[in-house]
Design a protein around this ligand. Structure first.
Ligand SMILES: NC(=O)c1ccc[n+]([C@@H]2O[C@H](COP(=O)([O-])OP(=O)(O)OC[C@H]3O[C@@H](n4cnc5c(N)ncnc54)[C@H](O)[C@@H]3O)[C@@H](O)[C@H]2O)c1
Length: 426
């Protein structure tokens, strides 16, 4: 790992307890931020974030930057283009990546290097990797919407080609330009589907005809998008075996929230907040629906259960994975969630809290446009990140109230026609 020099903050060293305290600190003074870099200088890394303009990518970039790491972001605005073309624009203003980096510099005094490139183009991917020489590559740069992947044939082709293309280009570029880099890839809990048995963290011990082996747990996706994530994992596992790459694959559940340590109270640092059916995740959508006075859209029986996490926990998981890298030749898998809920649980939580705030929330079961089990067993293991030190932010009533109150400030920006479109799976 390279040691970056040049600021007072980077020559100060702090113990881990102090770092923990600083995780929750909101920095508004650039000098203070420089002084309080919560990472030992010897631990500083060069972190390249693929998909750095996204809902998760931008907060992740600021979070690593606030720790004192050298951060670069790459994006080709694919999500913005799809959102515009499908009339699914996010709730809040969406400054471009250069503007975001300038605003972050004004708030923190820190630089984030911006590259506007299509990573599905091998030359562009190689160019960035060769120039930046990352210690860590965070790979978010995919078309992340299950409904979009099911909407039409052209969207299916885009999703498959883009997601696998970026993953392959990244692998080849890492091997060529920075073979020791730690790849942190965002997978999804949707890779496992909803099996009628417990879900381990990626790997399981297999016994068949009296013989045993260790294998990737069987995966069975519920959409084309999720299928591309399974294929990503298979590609990574293949090249880990062939070339000894160092990979962490984070099987993440749906994320909710938009306030993080770095953007609290600073609207122009918030990420894009989608509330539509294409890009919005269910908690975010329900919160916006409640504020808009739109009945919460529960698909079918509403027993669909998944593992969820707060955006702040995504950042902490990424930080923990980066600080504790996988070994060379290892495909390490963590299930990235903090608690499980059914859709009915979520709807009733949002209704209870919304009603207490005088919102008079209605919940409506509608015909399920997807093909999925509406009642099923669900028990995923998720101890790996806790063992690394993750301290979850659970979805308490207070957190739901905070989200409702936050979104209520932007009530007049909600476009009702974006809330539900009914993209069918069949
Ligand atoms: N948000 C969630 O709840 C969630 C849950 C599980 C997994 N994930 C995974 O996390 C990752 C990030 O999700 P997100 O919600 O931030 O999505 P997002 O769409 O907001 O961010 C992805 C970013 O990648 C960019 N991108 C896509 N293809 C690109 C390309 N060819 N070249 C350059 N940039 C490209 C997009 O423009 C976008 O800004 C995705 O891989 C997604 O599958 C997200």
């Amino acid at each position: 790992m390279r040691v970056c020099e040049g600021t007072l903050g980077r020559i100060l060293s702090y113990d881990r307890r102090l770092r923990g305290t600083l995780q929750g600190t909101r920095f508004s003074c650039p000098l203070l931020l420089l002084l309080l870099s919560p990472t030992d200088p010897g631990d500083l890394m060069r972190i390249l974030i693929l998909g750095g303009d996204g809902y998760l990518g931008w907060p992740t970039a600021m979070h690593f930057s606030a720790q004192g790491h050298e951060v670069a972001v790459v994006d080709n605005y694919l999500r913005r283009r799809i959102a515009r073309d499908e009339d699914m624009e996010p709730l809040l203003q969406d400054p471009n990546l250069h503007d975001r980096a300038q605003r972050w510099k004004a708030h923190s005094g820190r630089d984030i290097d911006v590259w506007i490139r299509d990573l599905a183009t091998p030359e562009a991917c190689g160019e960035v990797m060769a120039a930046f020489q990352p210690d860590v590559v965070v790979h978010y740069a995919e078309q992340p919407s299950a409904p979009y992947s099911m909407i039409r044939a052209d969207a299916a082709r885009l999703t498959l080609g883009n997601n696998l293309g970026v993953t392959l280009n990244m692998i080849l570029a890492v091997r060529e330009h920075c073979p020791d880099a730690h790849i942190i890839k965002l997978g999804t809990m949707g890779e496992y589907g909803t099996p009628n048995v417990d879900i381990p963290e990626g790997w399981f011990d297999l016994e068949y005809n009296g013989r045993t082996d260790r294998a990737l747990f069987p995966r069975q996706a519920g959409s084309l998008y999720h299928t591309t994530k399974i294929m990503d994992t298979d590609l990574l596992w293949y090249y880990v075996r062939m070339w000894g790459l160092r990979v962490t694959d984070l099987m993440q559940g749906p994320v909710y929230g938009l306030v993080t340590y770095e953007n609290e109270g600073i609207e122009d640092l918030l990420p894009a907040f989608a509330y539509d059916e294409i890009f919005g995740t269910v908690v975010n959508r329900f919160v916006v629906q409640a504020v808009a006075g739109y009945p919460l859209t529960v698909y079918g029986k509403g027993g669909q259960t998944r593992g969820y996490l707060n955006l702040k926990d995504t950042l902490n998981c990424l930080r923990l994975a980066a600080e504790n890298p996988a070994d060379k030749g290892e495909l390490r898998i963590f299930n990235q969630l903090t608690e499980t809920f059914s859709v009915n649980d979520l709807a009733s939580k949002v209704k209870t809290v919304g009603d207490s705030l005088g919102m008079n929330v209605e919940v409506k079961q509608i015909e399920n446009p997807r093909k999925e089990k509406e009642e099923h067993y669900y028990n995923p293991a998720h101890t790996g990140l806790l063992e690394l030190g993750l301290e979850p932010h659970f979805l308490t009533d207070e957190r739901v109230a905070e989200m409702l109150e936050f979104v209520a400030k932007y009530r007049d920006r909600i476009a009702e026609h974006r809330i539900f479109r009914g993209v069918k799976w069949a």
